[in-house]
Design a protein around this ligand. Structure first.
Ligand code: PLP
Length: 426
């Protein structure tokens, strides 16, 4: 009979993942040299390859100066194109629909310039009540930008009484009843707080059937769950690369625009010199001639040293493959769930992430019945070397990331939680 810890080691031998490709931070407490790092939903770990790849780009600048635009081994002018195909594969977009640029909220604004076009009584923007605050601020400011009152314009969908996560029907029923007032649906594919994965194709279909535009914030979905944005008919999507894509703090983000919108001359868009077709960029003419691709949404020349880590990371996803990662993710998160079930049974703790694996990514969120989530994560870190993160006031998030997390990390997290939160007398 194995102890749970021995069982974790056995599972790690049988299903090892790719931890050796990453730098794992040393532990700040507890009995193990490395952290049990379960915060990749906040900031992914650094791939070991990133430093050398980045230094190679930096060296090209030292060696070539301005000539690096054309002569660097990875020439800077077309550098972003190296990221397009792997990013498109990851989100299920076509290369013409996918580009890496800017940061997430900036991209959401640029996309809303094109796709939030309130008219007549169709003015509403539908988000989740538990939307990430940046999205809430963004849509409220877009409403104000159009001279609308954000309190009337932004509809925040709440889970049913006594439930923690939205049901797909909660969204589709709203759209069936009120859809003729809705201009834009903008939801998180995987919710940052609960870890819930929404039914993206079903909600997209319902929103479009109601005559609305449907966009997705995929910050917590990309690199976490398989995506098929083109086939799902999504109008637009944006994501960041610093979470599951392991491209570093504040890393460059990604954008998808469905091909039915590409080349549409009636779509308003903000432009700069990177919006014009590459072949026309140095003609120095006053009027741009944008390509019929998502590159028309680009504005500035991209920061090469920020593109490098995204490129390195996307290559890794290409090598390992999202199908294999999702399969390991289901096993790893299922194992963590089984351990948390035991810990939460007699403690003031409750997993609020849906139990159905099809309705979640890798993250499990635990709501604590007493005390502060920030205080608890501090103790997990300094007493046990477990890195999870707190979303105040009462949620602690654990994300076993299939690229680098281990079964033993999950065991350590559950054991640390059990040791830190007192049992309730039965
Ligand atoms: C769901 C979601 N949307 C938006 C953001 C904000 O992203 P950025 O600061 O890159 O614009 C985050 C950041 O964590 C997020 O989790």
């Amino acid at each position: 009979m194995h102890t749970p810890e021995q069982e974790a080691h056995r599972l790690d031998e049988a299903d090892p993942g790719h931890r050796h490709l990453f730098h794992v931070p040393p532990a700040d407490g507890g009995d193990h040299p490395e952290s049990a790092y379960l915060a990749g939903n906040s900031l992914g770990l650094q791939p070991r390859a990133t430093r050398d790849e980045l230094l190679a780009d930096l060296d090209a600048w030292g060696r070539l100066g301005v000539e690096g635009h054309l002569e660097a081994e990875r020439a800077w002018l077309p550098y972003h194109e190296l990221l397009t195909a792997p990013a498109a594969r990851l989100v299920g977009g076509r290369p013409a629909e996918t580009v890496v640029m800017n940061s997430l909220t900036v991209n959401l604004h640029l996309l809303m310039v094109s796709f939030y076009r309130p008219a007549g009584t169709r003015t509403r923007i539908v988000i989740e009540d538990a939307a990430f605050p940046s999205d809430s601020y963004a849509v409220r400011s877009q409403a104000r930008f159009h001279g609308l009152d954000p309190d009337d314009t932004v509809i925040r969908l709440r889970p049913r009484a006594g439930e923690d996560a939205l049901r797909t029907e909660d969204v589709t029923d709203y759209l069936a009843a009120e859809g003729d007032r809705v201009a834009l649906v903008l939801l998180g594919g995987v919710n940052y707080l609960t870890g819930e994965l929404l039914d993206i194709p079903a909600i997209t279909a319902a929103g479009r059937a109601a005559g609305a535009v449907v966009g997705w914030d995929l910050a917590h979905a990309v690199g976490n769950v398989p995506l098929a944005l083109h086939d799902w008919d999504v109008d637009f999507a944006a994501w960041c690369s610093y979470k599951y894509l392991n491209s570093g703090p504040g890393a460059l983000a990604g954008v998808f625009v469905h091909e039915r919108h590409l080349g549409d001359p009636d779509l308003p868009r903000f432009e700069g010199w990177w919006s014009t077709a590459a072949a026309t960029r140095f003609e120095m003419t006053p009027v741009s001639r944008p390509p019929a691709t998502v590159e028309a949404w680009q504005i500035s020349n991209p920061p090469i040293f920020a593109m490098g880590p995204v490129r390195t990371s996307l290559e890794l996803f290409d090598t390992v493959g999202m199908t294999a990662l999702r399969a390991r993710s289901l096993r790893l998160t299922g194992w963590l769930e089984s351990l948390l079930d035991e810990v939460t049974a007699d403690r003031p703790l409750r997993v609020v992430t849906p139990r159905d694996p099809a309705r979640r990514g890798c993250q499990l969120s635990v709501r604590i019945g007493a005390g502060s989530a920030a205080e608890l994560t501090k103790r997990l870190r300094y007493e046990h070397g477990v890195i999870a993160d707190a979303r105040e006031p009462d949620v602690v998030r654990f994300a076993p990331v299939p690229l680098y997390s281990t079964y033993h990390d999950c065991w350590r997290a559950a054991a640390a939680l059990a040791a830190t939160v007192g049992q309730v007398a039965s």
